[in-house]
Design a protein around this ligand. Structure first.
Ligand code: MLC
Ligand code: AMP
Length: 488
């Protein structure tokens, strides 16, 4: 909530630029308080009730998040392009009784809201009436649930408290020198920490301007970067890759370095930044990307320095307030040059997995959160080496569970067995790919893709399909994913 409390320091500054309209911090406070009171209805406090909301990248997204927090609820953002199955899963898993949306998604969500007896609120209606005062919210209360895929089949809800969020933001504001003079464009999905915390919340904490671009459009991003207004930019490596392609093919390699001189910081994260992409970006724009490492459960953990050497292929050092250790399989803490699992401690680390006490307990060891990522320290800089599970795939910056896709594919009548793997890919980092043992009739990949489209978000749908009579197995008789990868 500190991010909201700070708003009164810069009431007349622009907080959000959305759809060409500037909204000041004063408006944001007022509109979110009106909605908060409407949410409260006849109660005094939502008392950590989860409140789901589906809104695009626009002003009302922020209004709604702030309203839920001020009414004492837990914010549960839903991805706008997820199929109804995935939306329903999150609504059921969180037990949300309120669903907030706008004209754009209202009719799409109405059947679910009716079926689940949810209170459906449309922020585009202007008759949101006032109620009583707003509750006091202590920092240890739960604030947000973000869904993340893991080594279990279904995504888990990562619960963060206000205190966690305050520390996650504060750490980045300090490390990356945020100030009220900053202007950032937000082009990332708003159901993950990168778009919500690193971009939107850091900007608002600092009194800066967060400009939402509703659609992801490389031409528009270039236009904004070259406009002279935007001075901070953050994206996943796939986006830098696509911006480079656009510069080559559509901007005809226009010289842009002079036009980008005013930009003070460009950050890459959520997946490994390939060194050629970093080098190419530098040669085009003159900017050395700052690569950092993070995770839904911890916010950001490691970052190359704002001032000082940003080393390619490395993710720098622990951020302020974050303690990191590398631990080998025997539980021994590793020194420089020895690989180990990244474990994290600090106020930035999440509270729990929603309704999953066992999973929460299993993921901590002596108070250290076990990330599942393997790293080493190379001349004082952390370097991510990989993950300890082949079943976690990162594609376009999204984390994807191979098991989740396999379980869904197995429901298809013509899929007898299947294995999902991530194949290295220059553009996407990893490309979701599948090897299938078909039933009597071999399905074609286009039909399978279409069938999957109703059951999972687009970025999880496998792009490569191969069909085999058997899957490669290891000595234990289990499918060998490393051998499956070699088939592509
Ligand atoms: C989409 N396509 C893919 C794909 N995703 N192909 C292969 N692999 C994938 N993963 C296809 C589309 O279906 C489309 O195909 C074509 O690529 C072009 O689509 P597009 O419109 O250009 O791209 P789009 O899919 O809309 O978006 C690309 C993107 C998006 C990079 C903008 O993936 C994105 O916003 N990623 C960011 C995710 C993120 O914020 N992660 C942070 C998580 S938090 P066709 O055939 O239809 O043309 C976290 C912690 C931390 O990780 O450290 O930050
Ligand atoms: P998510 O669960 O979507 O938050 O994804 C977190 C995961 O993204 C981490 O566990 C890492 O595997 C990966 N990740 C984030 N940043 C980086 C980076 N800079 N380099 C490599 N992997 C990264």
């Amino acid at each position: 909530m500190k991010v909201i409390n700070k708003a009164s320091r810069h009431l007349n500054q622009t907080a959000i630029l959305s759809g060409g309209v500037k909204y000041t911090y004063r408006q944001l406070l007022r509109d979110s308080q009106i909605l908060a009171r409407f949410l409260l209805f006849n109660s005094k406090d939502l008392n950590e009730a989860p409140v789901a909301f589906m809104l695009g990248r626009e002003y009302h997204y922020t209004v709604t998040q702030w309203a839920i927090w001020q009414a004492g609820g837990i914010a549960v953002p839903l991805h706008t392009s997820h199929p109804l199955e995935s939306i329903k899963y999150v609504l059921e898993d969180t037990g949300s009784k309120i669903l907030i949306t706008n004209d754009q998604f209202l009719e799409q969500l109405r059947p679910i809201a009716d079926e689940m007896s949810l209170r459906l609120i449309n922020v585009d209606e202007n008759n949101l009436s006032l109620n009583t005062g707003l509750p006091q919210i202590s920092p240890d209360r739960k604030a947000m649930i973000l869904y993340t895929s893991g080594t279990t089949s279904k995504p888990k809800g990562v619960v963060t408290t206000h205190n966690n969020i305050n520390h996650q933001i504060q750490s980045l504001v300090e490390a990356w020198h945020w100030s009220k003079e900053d202007h950032i464009i937000n082009i990332l999905p708003l159901h993950h920490v990168h778009g919500i915390i690193n971009i939107m919340s850091c900007a608002l904490w600092s009194g800066a301007c967060c400009e939402f671009l509703e659609e992801w459009d490389p031409g528009l991003i270039w236009e904004k970067l070259l406009s002279g207004k935007v001075n901070v930019f953050m994206a996943v490596p796939t986006i830098y890759y696509k911006l480079i392609r656009y510069w080559e093919e559509d901007l005809n390699e226009k010289p842009v370095q002079e036009l980008l001189k005013h930009i003070r910081l460009m950050v890459s994260g959520s997946a490994a930044l390939p060194i050629p992409v970093m080098e190419m970006w530098k040669s085009i724009t003159g900017h050395t990307l700052l690569e950092r490492y993070g995770m839904t459960e911890i916010g950001m953990g490691l970052s190359n320095p704002y001032l000082g050497e940003r080393r390619a292929g490395h993710v720098g050092q622990p951020l302020p307030g974050v303690t990191i250790q590398l631990v080998d399989e025997d539980g021994v803490v590793q020194e420089e040059n020895k690989p180990g699992e990244i474990q994290v401690k600090g106020s930035t680390v999440f509270h729990s997995y929603w309704n999953k006490p066992e999973a929460t307990k299993d993921t901590f060891s002596d108070g250290w959160f076990k990330t599942g990522d393997i790293a080493d320290i190379n001349n004082g800089y952390y370097r991510i080496l990989g993950r300890n599970s082949v079943d976690i795939i990162k594609s376009g910056g999204y984390k994807i569970s191979a098991l989740e896709i396999e379980n869904i594919l197995l429901e298809h009548p013509q899929v007898r067995e299947c294995a999902i793997v991530g194949i290295p890919d220059d553009e996407w980092g990893e490309m979701v790919s599948c090897c299938i043992i078909p039933g009597n009739d071999r399905p074609d990949s286009a039909t399978l893709k279409e069938w999957l489209r109703d059951r999972m978000p687009g970025y999880k749908i496998p792009r490569n399909y191969i069909f085999r009579d058997a899957l490669p197995k290891n000595a234990m008789g289990k499918v060998s994913k490393n051998e499956v990868k070699k088939l592509f």
